[in-house]
Every structure is written in structure tokens, then in C-alpha cells.
Design a protein around this ligand. Structure first.
Ligand SMILES: NC(=O)c1ccc[n+]([C@@H]2O[C@H](COP(=O)([O-])OP(=O)(O)OC[C@H]3O[C@@H](n4cnc5c(N)ncnc54)[C@H](O)[C@@H]3O)[C@@H](O)[C@H]2O)c1
Length: 269
């Protein structure tokens, strides 16, 4: 028996990193998951997790991609209880000053298309199903949803927009659908860059990150599984809507002193 027994989930960005880890945890907790990604990598999930996972290769920055994901869930399992909008790309922390003005509109369209438009399209595509099931939405924000220097101007603005979406949709969909988010600090993944800026994938964890974290540890991509499970369960988080749960190893609360009160020369006392 798992806390998500009987739930049907549509989760985007399921091919790798945080999303892939959450798919595994949701299946362990009893859910069936439509795992959506633009990457073919998502097709290997049923080999690991069995027929509780249905992979869909789709670009979630398009309406058609989100419609296909929703239709797959309805056709296979007849309902949708949880939508997780997790797909994301980065700007490689490139400063505005380092982006040619002529490239900016294209880069904005590309990055906001995945980080902001996609979760709106995804929620829109499953809205009737979520209202019928009295379900919930979980969006992946970031440390950059509330702070500078977790990305460049494009990424930071897009993740602040995710916080706005969480709050606005929580209001619009109450009392039928709960809407929350998760704001990871750092996870050892390789986020895709913005192709229109000529960027490939880059390591999400920068050198020196560990030493800056109050908790002094860069957790694995699966470290967020518990928070995503909490928010997906109406039994565990039925009083939560409109919240972006910060899961950043303390990064957002440290000041200019040493990273943690018991940290001595970069290691815990
Ligand atoms: N890794 C970190 O340090 C970190 C920190 C804060 C927030 N996040 C956020 O976590 C989320 C997951 O990222 P991750 O770190 O696991 O990286 P990741 O690259 O491993 O996962 C992102 C997934 O999204 C998919 N994707 C990208 N564009 C897509 C599209 N148009 N359609 C469908 N799928 C698409 C990618 O193929 C990839 O599988 C992102 O929203 C990211 O911004 C990550």
C-alpha cells in the first residue's frame, strides 16, 4: 500500500533528473504515471518500472504535446488526479549583458516556452480531469523563483513566473484543485541550455556549491521525491494550496557569515 494508490499522474520532464526520480517514487507509492519528455530517454522507464509507466515523447511547449499526454492518460486509465509540470531548460546563467539584443526575443520565446508556457498548457489540457477527480497540480520552481544568481535573467524571470502561476492557479482552481510547487536548490543534473543562444547541456551544480550550502551536502536528484509525494497526496497535504515548498539545503536563508552556525572551515563541526 502506497500513499498514492489508485492515482493517475501526468508528469513532464520525466526522462532524466528530478522528474525521472519522482516517477520511480510515485510508482513505488502506488501511482500510475504518464511520463512525458521531449527526449526518447523516457521510453526506457517501463523497462525499470513496469506497466505502471506510460511514456509519451512530446514537446510540452506545444498545445498538441500536452493534449497527447492528457489523451494517453485518459485512454489508458480513464482519469487524471495529479499534473506535475517539471520540464525545464536553463540559460546557463548568462547575464543579460552577454546576450545580443537581436537574439533575446528568440531566447525568451524558447526558454519561457518550456519553463512558463508549458505548465500553463499542461494544466489547461488536464483541467476538466483534475476538477472531476478533485486532484492537484505540482510545478517545479527553483531557488531562482525567489532569488537572483540561481540563473541568468531569462531563467530567473521564468522561475519567478512559476511562483506567480502557483499562486494564481491555486486561487483560480480553488476549492476543486490544489496547486503547489517545489523549489529545489541544486541537484546534480545536466539541464538543457537554450538552443537559440547556442547552448548545450551544462552541469546544474557549479564548483564550490557544496561549501556554500548550510547543509554542506549536494543531495542527489532523488532528494526531492518526498516533497513531490507529500504535495501529490491529499491525505498528507490537503491543507496546502498556493505554496512553493523551498527545498534548497538552506541556501536562501544564509547571510554573509559562514554558511552554517556549526560549520567550521567548510565542514560541519
Ligand atoms: N538541477 C537543479 O539544480 C535544479 C534546481 C532548481 C530547479 N530545477 C528545475 O528542476 C526541473 C527538472 O530539471 P533537472 O535538473 O532534473 O534537469 P533535467 O534536464 O535532467 O530534466 C529536465 C527534463 O525536461 C525535459 N524537457 C526539456 N524541454 C522539454 C520540452 N520542451 N518538452 C518536454 N520535455 C522537455 C528534458 O528533456 C529533461 O528530461 C526543471 O524545471 C529545472 O528548472 C533544477
Amino acid at each position: 500500500m502506497g500513499v498514492l494508490d489508485g492515482k493517475v499522474v501526468v508528469l513532464t520532464g520525466a526522462g532524466s533528473g528530478i522528474g525521472r526520480a519522482v516517477v520511480g517514487e510515485y510508482v513505488t507509492q502506488g501511482a500510475r504515471v504518464v511520463a512525458v519528455d521531449v527526449s526518447e530517454q523516457v521510453r526506457t522507464l517501463p523497462d525499470e518500472l513496469g506497466d505502471a509507466v506510460l511514456p509519451v515523447v512530446a514537446d510540452v511547449s506545444t498545445w498538441e504535446g500536452n493534449q497527447a499526454a492528457a489523451a494517453a492518460a485518459r485512454d489508458a486509465w480513464g482519469r487524471i488526479d495529479v499534473f506535475v509540470g517539471n520540464a525545464g531548460i536553463t540559460d546557463g546563467a548568462r547575464a543579460l549583458e552577454q546576450i545580443d539584443g537581436a537574439q533575446l526575443p528568440g531566447a525568451f520565446t524558447e526558454l519561457f516556452g518550456v519553463n512558463v508556457l508549458a505548465p500553463m498548457l499542461g494544466v489547461r489540457a488536464v483541467l476538466d480531469d483534475l476538477i472531476a477527480s478533485q486532484g492537484c497540480v505540482i510545478l517545479t520552481g527553483s531557488f531562482a523563483s525567489a532569488n537572483a544568481a540561481g540563473g541568468g535573467a531569462l531563467y530567473t524571470a521564468s522561475k519567478h513566473a512559476v511562483l506567480g502561476l502557483v499562486r494564481q492557479l491555486a486561487y483560480e482552481l480553488a476549492p476543486d484543485v490544489r496547486v503547489n510547487g517545489v523549489a529545489p536548490g541544486v541537484a546534480p543534473t545536466r539541464l538543457r541550455g537554450t538552443a537559440s543562444l547556442g547552448q548545450g547541456a551544462t552541469d546544474s551544480v557549479l564548483e564550490g556549491t557544496r561549501d556554500m550550502l548550510p547543509l554542506q551536502h549536494v543531495a542527489g536528484a532523488d532528494a526531492y521525491n518526498g516533497v513531490f509525494t507529500l504535495l501529490a497526496s491529499s491525505e498528507l497535504s490537503g491543507v496546502m494550496t498556493g505554496s512553493l515548498v523551498v527545498a534548497d539545503s538552506g541556501l536562501g536563508i544564509r547571510g554573509v557569515n559562514r554558511p552554517g552556525g556549526r560549520v567550521v572551515s567548510g565542514s560541519a563541526a
